[in-house]
Design a protein around this ligand. Structure first.
Ligand code: ATP
Length: 612
């Protein structure tokens, strides 16, 4: 397949676009800029003034030296052939260059430290803020788009903070300095040369923006390739089992082609910048030589210039283009910073909807009684997930939630954890409305075991310790033994010190669940929620697990969400949910006698087993 075909063929696929919908640049906004500059405040007495002073010193030296060479050396010393003065002058100029060199070294050093610190602070601020946001926030956003903001958007502010702001200051001082000096030396020649200025500024800003957009385009292509690669590797088993390697490969080829073309365009445009600056430089030099020579011939007495002025102009013209072209660059950096910071501030301004209210209390010694008092809940305003749910769970009781997919079982668990607040009614623990209790206090006493257990990268030991980091080695082993996880852990290469990668790919689903049981047991919560927790366990293991569960649940309030009804028959109370409402409830025996929905569910599971 040719490069072109590959691109077109993939156009209809609308995947991996999350990075593309984010604007690359935004108009300048003072308020936002001011907020960004606020991140410099912690360094306003250290690196910031240091960098500014160092910058002023090196800029001042660069501005003074051409005058010393032109006006002092040419027009005075050489005109009077005073060799002693010339020696002094050379020593002074050498000294000034050393000063400028030292100033530059410190400027670069401090500016870099400053920039890195600001990005570090910003990223830290953003991450700790995101960690506090409520589930609703994460419901609306993909992990990819959040990662892009924490990494890429903060990175794109890096240039502004490391070089941009100080360069902006330095270039402005330099430009104003040169213009003033040129006007003082010879207004006529200065104005003639400055004709090139707007042309240069225009070309440099336009061209730079064009180049930057091309590189941005390359970054977007690479981002898409990364996303595709990530998804391809994660989903490789599904791809292979559906024999979709060729289609997937063709899609990658399309992305690769876009990337390839993007690079070519960006490199081509970048190569144009140097020659354009050269041309402007040449134009300025031509004006200087032609009009400057004319003014020299005219003589100082007749409104012309001295030779030293001509020499100084030559130096200044050489210094002119650098700040102008860099100002264009800083301007572009500012526009990029506006869009990146807008996205960062959007996250930072996002307030968690579940927070501790002022005066929130701790439940002194949580017992674990749970009450739902006429609870209504909706994830989105137009779709009710729970309607008029009332239930009472005594401390230490085990209840089960049963119902079809989407009936609201996990939503009940989410409300007990206070991941969301009910839209009507109240959820209470030990009689306390959860909205009046400190979140930390509540969640410390609740453990959730999900069917898709999350395993963090690290050792088995660290994973079990997750909910109680100060647990000793023996306590971890004891917890694992109690839930029957100990045997398989010793079978791993390094026992408890075996490293597992993120999501625990080297473990079976059942093993991951046993780990999460141990994790929950070690955390020693008063309330435990098992959401489909025994679904991945085979029947033989299930018997062991049932015993482990007995131990895990002993003395705790338990909410078990299970499709497999055999796991819940001993529960004190079973609630049957349908479309977010409680249809019936009671013990297994009571419900079986009622011949209602529960009875039908049990019967259908038995029929299924019989059929097998
Ligand atoms: N984060 C969410 N945002 C929006 N709607 C959601 C969210 N989570 C669940 N829902 C919706 O709320 C309803 C109840 O979902 P819930 O997850 O509580 O069902 P469930 O009984 O636990 O289902 P399952 O047995 O499949 O796990 C469903 O209609 C579901 O589509």
């Amino acid at each position: 397949m040719t490069v072109k075909e590959a691109t077109n063929e993939n156009r209809h696929l609308n995947r991996f676009y999350y990075t593309v919908d984010q604007a690359v640049e935004k108009p300048f906004n003072w308020k936002q800029m001011w907020r960004l500059l606020g991140y410099l405040r912690p360094y306003s007495k250290t690196y910031l003034p240091g960098a500014v002073i160092a910058m002023f010193i090196s800029t001042a030296v660069r501005l003074i030296v051409p005058i010393l060479i032109g006006k002092v050396a040419f027009d005075h010393i050489l005109a009077n052939q005073n060799m002693t003065m010339l020696t002094y002058l050379v020593i002074i100029i050498a000294g000034l260059y050393v000063l400028s060199y030292v100033g530059n070294i410190f400027r670069i050093k401090w500016v870099n430290i400053l920039g890195q610190n600001v990005i570090y602070d910003l990223r830290q601020h953003l991450f700790s803020h995101i960690q506090r946001l409520s589930h609703r926030f994460f419901d609306r956003r993909s992990a990819g788009s959040i990662i892009v903001r924490v990494m890429n958007d903060t990175n794109s502010l890096q240039d502004l903070f490391t070089n941009g702001i100080i360069n902006l200051l330095m270039d402005m001082v330099m430009l104003v300095g040169i213009v003033v000096i040129l006007l003082v030396l010879s207004p006529k020649l200065a104005l003639a040369i400055m004709v090139v200025l707007p042309i240069m500024f225009y070309i440099s800003t336009k061209l730079r923006r064009n180049i930057r957009r091309s590189w941005q385009n390359v970054r977007i292509q690479q981002s898409r390739m990364n996303s595709h690669l990530n998804e391809s590797i994660q989903g490789i088993r599904i791809t292979q089992s559906f024999s979709q390697e060729a289609a997937n490969g063709a899609y990658f080829e399309g992305l690769n082609t876009d990337n390839f073309k993007g690079w070519r365009t960006a490199v081509k445009k970048s190569a144009m910048f140097g020659p354009v600056v050269e041309m402007c430089n040449a134009l300025g030099t031509i004006i200087l030589i032609s009009y400057g020579a004319f003014l020299i011939l005219q003589g100082e007495a007749n409104g012309g210039i001295a030779i030293g002025t001509f020499v100084a102009f030559g130096f200044y013209i050489g210094m002119f283009w650098e700040p102008i072209s860099r100002l264009g660059q800083v301007y572009n950096q500012l526009l990029m910073a506006m869009s990146a910071s807008e996205r960062i501030f959007e996250f930072l301004d996002e307030q968690p909807d579940v927070v501790d209210k002022p005066g929130a209390v701790d439940i002194a010694d949580i017992q674990g009684a749970i009450t739902f008092d006429h609870v209504q809940f909706a994830y989105d305003s137009d779709r009710i997930a729970l309607e008029d749910i009332s239930l009472d769970v005594q401390a230490g009781e085990t209840i089960a939630l049963v119902g079809h997919t989407g009936s609201g079982k996990s939503t009940i668990a989410n409300l007990i954890n206070r991941f969301y607040d009910p839209t009507k009614g109240a959820v209470k623990v030990d009689g306390y409305d959860l909205r009046d209790v400190r979140l930390d206090n509540l969640r410390r006493d609740i453990s959730v075991v999900l069917q898709d257990t999350f395993i963090f990268s690290g050792t088995i030991m660290e994973n079990i310790r997750f909910g109680r980091p100060d647990a000793t080695h023996d306590e971890v082993v004891e917890a694992a033994q109690m839930v029957g996880a100990d045997a398989f852990i010793w079978g791993l290469a390094n026992g408890y010190d075996t490293e597992v990668e993120e999501r625990g790919n080297i473990l079976s689903a059942g093993e991951r669940q046993l780990l999460s049981f141990a994790r929950a047991l070690l955390a020693d919560p008063k309330i435990i929620i098992l959401d489909e927790a025994t679904a991945s366990i085979d029947t033989e293991t299930e018997v062991k697990i049932q015993e482990a569960l007995q131990r895990l649940l002993e003395g705790r309030t338990a909410i078990i969400i299970a499709h497999r009804l055999s796991t819940i028959r001993d529960s004190d109370n079973i609630f049957i949910l349908e479309n977010g409402r409680i249809l019936e409830n009671g013990s297994h025996d009571e419900l079986m006698q009622q011949h209602g929905t529960y009875f039908e569910l049990v019967k259908s599971q038995f029929d299924m087993l019989d059929a097998i």
